[in-house]
Design a protein around this ligand. Structure first.
Ligand code: ADP
Ligand code: ZN
Length: 720
């Protein structure tokens, strides 16, 4: 064999043919260096045999330049990449780039140099050096990473290296991980759990594709249950992938994992240091890593011996990627299991309607854990009708909720106030002229963060200090905050219950695994009375002394009016309610609402999940929405508004006229300006029978646009 077809990562081209030079041993999946024009780029050998249509004679092909010393990407992963590109209407090269985004892991050597403080002092102290040295206490990372952590230039740090203040440390990225012990601390499952675990274990032994929906109420012991098939896969020398929706959750998970398996799993998420990333990648690729706990990107890691995939909180919105290749990790995970011939377990207390439909039609095996583990009961849920409440002591917390918080304080129990809004107030305006602070890059208001003294855009990261005078009318001290965010709720709690020790838990405060661990330790150690948090605290945490959950605004999620608003609200509130009463003390949940009769709120208060799913199913059937029909979005963006609109209209005019499709738009997208790009959108509603992706490919493939225009396809979109 002397010619191969390569998928070249940098090119939007299809696979290209190359000649294999004498003496180079390659196979399908090998990662190679290919000449492309004047450059050398990374490629993956996609086909090594039976090349169709070899028009160019082999001697005329350019030769491969080299082969990287990593194991070839396994065939099931390559099939998954093809499926992903096909299903999500994305270029295969983009999928491959995403799969190999850990590029450093590929090319780099097995050792890397990190730096840490020696304890020595520089000859001349400067404010920058001082700041860097303070920031880098307990840190060890590459110069580039340290510069990011300390907020100084790499030059400042090199200066410190030269002065002996920072010293190099060689890190071996092939250092093996401790072995997970499948029988380290086996626990006795209750009969429901045991029945489920045995099915899962048998599926692991069978080494065949088997999708499961593990549907168990919060606190039913789903984690302990899926630990058993994980142990089975480890015994069998196979690898396990566990996907979690949020890195803040990993800490709690890791503690439980270590208690059961005697060591930590291998982690994979975007905030890993480059040495950790390289070590993890290499260990996974050579088959050593036994259990990998990761974010959605872990789905594209090159496991050679996968034995099981678990997705915890499988209904979570964060499994959907919203830029680049817009895939849903839940669905891609099922496809990976399919190509790998292994079982996959979707665990959730509030499965997506789509997943329930798959269980109903027999595609997924549904396993139920109907009651909480042990003596714990599901909490009672009550609504507080804000339209009926008389004004009380608080502006945002109604009297019954304040009273319930006081009661918990008196009893030494913990409470959680849930409001899915970071910062102090979602909108800031001028009292004098009504000026509203808007992001210059996005069609979104700037959110006041009072603790950190800034106005911030939650979409692009734009920040500005709150000005002393209104930028519009010049009036001093005129800014008013409108509406509450978690920080404002914390202020109110401090006013009403001055003795309560509060913790504001959001992605601003729990922004690293270390911070999340501190938070968990504080709550478990009884150092916190009232947690005030966003969706970050709705799931995964198990605090036995937490007996009250207050939902500050149960209607908030229903405002967006998008297709999944009701389902998301149901899931979020059911999840956060699930944090209450997990120990032996009963839990109570209070929902502040202006619409106590809305079907979602009523179903939550009645504890009637079926009622909610039935109402939602009817609504979806009526709308031709998933699982009955399908949606797709086409998002056209450009830095020039005219260009985006023109391109969207061109696409609109070329729309296919088919009975099985309804096409809406183009219209400005809900965030019509995002990170400096103007966005227009078309929505497609299709019957299940339609060849949706083929139709979209043909439709868009026939059109050309100016270079500044980007056209993205979102199959099964979440937010629109
Ligand atoms: P879920 O993931 O379904 O919300 P968890 O797996 O977190 O539930 O279990 C809830 C609590 O019950 C945890 O503290 C867990 O350790 C405990 N638990 C579950 N199953 C068992 C068991 N078989 N033996 C002892 N403790 C258990
Ligand atoms: Zn912005």
């Amino acid at each position: 064999m002397n010619r191969v077809r390569c998928l070249v990562l940098n090119a939007a081209l299809g696979p290209l043919d190359y000649r294999v030079p004498e003496g180079m041993a390659v196979e399908a999946g090998s990662v190679v260096e290919c000449p492309l024009g004047p450059r050398t780029v990374i490629g993956i050998i996609w086909e090594a045999e039976r090349l169709p249509g070899a028009e160019v004679p082999a001697e005329k092909l350019r030769p491969l330049r080299g082969i990287l010393p990593v194991p070839p990407l396994p065939a099931p992963l390559r099939r998954l990449m093809e499926w992903t590109a096909d299903y999500y209407v994305a270029p295969l090269a983009s999928v491959a780039r995403m799969a190999l985004s850990s590029g450093g892991a590929l090319r780099g050597p097995a050792t890397m140099i990190e730096y840490r403080l020696t304890g020595g002092m520089p000859e001349r102290m400067t404010p920058q050096r001082q700041a860097a040295m303070e920031a880098l206490e307990h840190e060890q990372a590459t110069i580039r990473e340290l510069a990011g952590i300390a907020g100084v230039s790499e030059g400042v740090l090199r200066g410190l290296v030269n002065q002996g203040v920072l010293e190099p440390v060689e890190v071996d990225c092939d250092r093996p991980y401790d072995r997970a012990l499948p029988d380290f601390a086996r626990i006795t499952l209750n009969p429901d759990q045991e029945g489920a675990a045995e099915l899962f274990r048998a599926a692991v032994r069978a080494r065949a594709f088997a999708p499961f929906l593990l549907d168990g109420v919060t606190g039913s012991g789903k984690t302990e249950t899926y630990f058993e098939p994980m142990a089975e896969a480890i015994r069998d020398g196979r690898q396990v992938l566990v996907l979690l929706p949020e890195i803040a959750l990993t800490e709690a998970f890791l503690a439980r994992f270590a208690a059961r398996f005697g060591t930590a799993p291998v982690l994979w998420h975007s905030s890993l240091k480059s040495t950790e990333r390289r070590r993890a990648w290499r260990s996974i690729a050579c088959g050593d890593a036994q259990v990998v706990v990761g974010a959605r990107s872990a789905l594209f890691l090159p496991f050679p011996r996968l034995g099981l995939i678990v997705i915890d909180e499988a209904h979570e919105v964060s499994f959907k990627q919203d830029d680049g290749v817009r895939y849903n990790a839940r669905d891609v995970a099922v496809m990976r299991a399919h190509f790998e011939h292994v079982p996959v377990i979707l665990a959730s207390a509030t499965p997506a309607l789509e997943s329930l439909a798959m269980a109903e039609n027999g595609t997924y095996a549904k396993i139920d854990l109907p009651s909480r583990y042990g003596a714990a009961e599901l909490p009672a849920i009550r609504t507080i009708d804000l339209t009926q409440e008389k004004p009380g002591r608080g502006a945002w917390l109604a009297e019954p909720l304040v009273a319930a918080l006081e009661e918990r304080l008196d009893r030494g129990e913990q409470s959680l106030l849930f409001l899915n809004r970071r910062g102090y107030a979602p909108l800031t305006l001028c009292r004098n002229c009504g000026f509203r602070f808007q992001c210059p890059n996005c069609s979104a208001w700037l959110v006041e963060h009072r603790f950190s003294q800034r106005l911030a855009c939650h979409h692009c990261g734009h920040e500005t200090p709150p000005p002393a005078t209104c930028p519009e009318c010049g009036e001093p001290d005129c800014l008013v905050a409108c509406g509450p965010g978690v920080e404002r709720i914390a202020d109110e709690v401090a006013e009403l219950l001055p003795d309560a020790r509060t913790f504001v838990a959001t992605s601003d405060t729990l922004n690293s695994p270390g911070r999340a661990a501190e938070f968990v330790a504080m709550v478990e150690g009884g150092a916190v009375d009232i947690i005030i948090g966003t969706q970050l605290v709705t799931k995964g945490f198990h605090f036995p002394d937490l007996t009250l959950v207050g939902v500050v605004d149960a209607d908030l999620g229903l405002e967006g009016g998008d297709l999944r608003a009701a389902e998301r609200t149901y899931q979020q509130i059911a999840q956060v309610a699930g944090r209450a009463g997990r120990g032996d003390k009963p839990g109570e949940v209070l929902l502040q609402t202006r619409h106590p009769d809305a079907p979602v709120i009523a179903a939550l208060a009645d504890g009637d999940r079926e009622a909610f799913y039935e109402a939602e199913t009817d609504a979806r059937r009526f709308a031709g929405a998933p699982p009955f029909g399908r949606w797709a979005a086409i998002i056209v963006s450009s830095e020039e508004e005219d260009e985006a609109r023109d391109a969207a209209q061109r696409i609109g005019r070329a729309r296919p006229d088919m009975e099985e499709l309804a096409i809406y738009g183009p219209a400005p997208a809900p965030l019509s300006l995002l990170r400096g790009r103007y966005r227009y959108r078309l929505l497609i509603n299709a019957r299940r029978s339609a060849q949706l992706q083929d139709i979209i490919r043909q439709w868009l493939g026939a059109l050309d646009h100016p270079a500044g225009v980007r056209v993205a396809v979102d199959i099964d979109p979440y937010s629109f």
